[in-house]
Write a protein that binds this ligand. Structure first.
Ligand code: GLN
Length: 311
């Protein structure tokens, strides 16, 4: 059955058609995807679709849905189609200039918030007041490298009252998205957005961060070829590719971070599957970090490495 505008469709009919249509193009979880797109289009919850299943779509709604389904059938991620992805409980604007925030990345936000709220933090701030170590006024200074959509930096600015964030990305277009997200959540006044290659835009600013966070590109050359079409064909390569072995950005962040990190400050990096030992070795070689701690994500994968600058 072709889905055409000659007939007026109910939500129930169009959902079942849309599911089959997407499944015909091998879109995974076709039913959920059809529900996701239609509920966004109609601005309701998924349950709302079933509560109103006999409601008719307008011609305009129907045509927009067909357009969205065609995009999804070409394997464009739904998040780019609807222009949003939820992260840390907030909808973040996304487009093809930025990586779509992943749920496991919330772990780095959780860890940074926990660290700032910890007893250890309060004691450290109190004890090292006079030697350019951790920020002493309990308004931490945070650097978010490769900020992309800004999901990490914006969530931290929202969650940690008074903190100041420097959000850096090499892509100006990504920064435009991050700034929009910061404005949307009313934290733009506490975030400085800088365009440049890693720490380079901080040169001369005399920044000593309390926490550096980053979810850098970490896909290796070998893994790039095996990515799903949604990722490979639509997400920005610059946000995914981490060099031959996927570790280029870890080498750079770890070796270049010390001048920008307060003594006793924390470095927290997301990592990819199986990268833990290599990254631990890079940290060990650097010689500046201790108290290395690994956090697992909800699938049991080592996901965040946290280390403290000695001193
Ligand atoms: N910080 C953003 C995120 O975690 C972007 C990361 C990136 O572009 N590698 O989603």
């Amino acid at each position: 059955m072709a889905c055409t505008a000659e007939k007026i469709w109910t939500i129930r009919e169009v959902l079942s058609w849309a599911e089959n249509y997407l499944a015909g193009y091998d879109v995974p979880d076709a039913k959920t995807e059809a529900e996701y797109l239609l509920s966004h289009l109609l601005n309701c919850k998924r349950s709302g679709l079933y509560l109103n299943h006999d409601k008719f779509l307008t011609i305009d709604e129907f045509q927009r849905l067909v357009d969205w389904l065609n995009r999804r059938a070409s394997r464009e991620p739904s998040q780019y189609i609807i222009g949003e992805q939820e992260f840390w409980g907030l909808p973040f604007k996304v487009n093809r200039d930025v990586l779509i925030p992943r749920p496991e990345t919330e772990l780095i936000v959780e860890e940074a918030v926990r660290t700032v709220n910890s007893e250890q933090w309060a004691v450290a701030s109190k004890n090292i007041r006079d030697n350019s170590s951790l920020t002493t006024d309990h308004s931490p200074l945070i650097l978010d490298l490769c900020t992309g959509s800004g999901c990490i930096g914006v969530s931290l600015a929202k969650e940690i009252s008074g903190c100041k964030v420097y959000a850096i990305d090499i892509s100006e277009r990504a920064l435009d998205v991050a700034m929009e997200n910061a404005e949307r959540y009313d934290v733009a006044g506490r975030i400085t957005f800088l365009q440049g290659d890693m720490f380079e835009p901080l040169n001369g600013l005399n920044i000593k961060a309390d926490i550096i966070v980053s979810n850098p590109p970490y896909i290796s050359k070998k893994m790039m070829a095996g990515l799903e079409p949604e990722v490979k064909d639509y997400e920005p390569v610059a946000a995914l590719y981490g060099g031959d072995d996927g570790l280029d950005f870890y080498r750079r962040i770890i070796s270049e971070s010390p001048p920008y990190l307060a003594k006793g400050g924390y470095l927290m990096l997301e990592m990819g599957y199986g990268q833990k030992s290599d990254i631990e070795n890079i940290m060990a070689e650097c010689g500046v970090f201790h108290n290395i701690d690994i956090k697992k994500d909800f699938s049991g994968i080592d996901r965040v490495i946290k280390a403290r600058r000695k001193g």
